[in-house]
Design a protein around this ligand. Sequence first.
Ligand code: S3P
Length: 165
Amino acid sequence: MNIFLIGFMGAGKSTIAKQFAKTHGKEVVEMDERIAKSNGMSISEIFETRGEAYFREEETKLLNDLSSKKDVIVSCGGGVAMRKENVDIMKQSGTIVLLSAEPKTILKRVENEHDRPLLENNKTIEHIQELMEARKPFYESAADVVVVTDGKSASTICEEIFKKI
Ligand code: S3P
């Protein structure tokens, strides 16, 4: 069974996908990394030179490619669940797990990280809250399972996912 991890930037999707893949014998796919590699540039560079709309098309294309897989855990980009088409593709080929976290947890996790064009110029709790509020209904309606990540270790989160799916 495929697992798609969705949720806000900094919710822990990449870390959890890697750990879950290791402990439960799945292949891990990091969407941002794949898209950056196939375009030969960073996510920020893609946004700058080709635009966000191009990036969103790349996400949908990659999800379509992944839908023929049987046993992958996918760390989705934070915007993937905003498109109904993407949600339909994921639902047809696996289970969607939402990793959630409080804005203050997110801020702590993204503070010193780069290559997130949507936060690059405004890493404040207010901006994160605002963006998160707008996305919450999309995340929640897409999710088959929700796991709260605040204050939990990666192994606890992985076990929770395993039990719930
Ligand atoms: C985005 C999240 C990023 C990346 C891009 C857009 C978003 O991925 O795909 O910067 O729209 O939330 P992460 O959630 O892995 O940071």
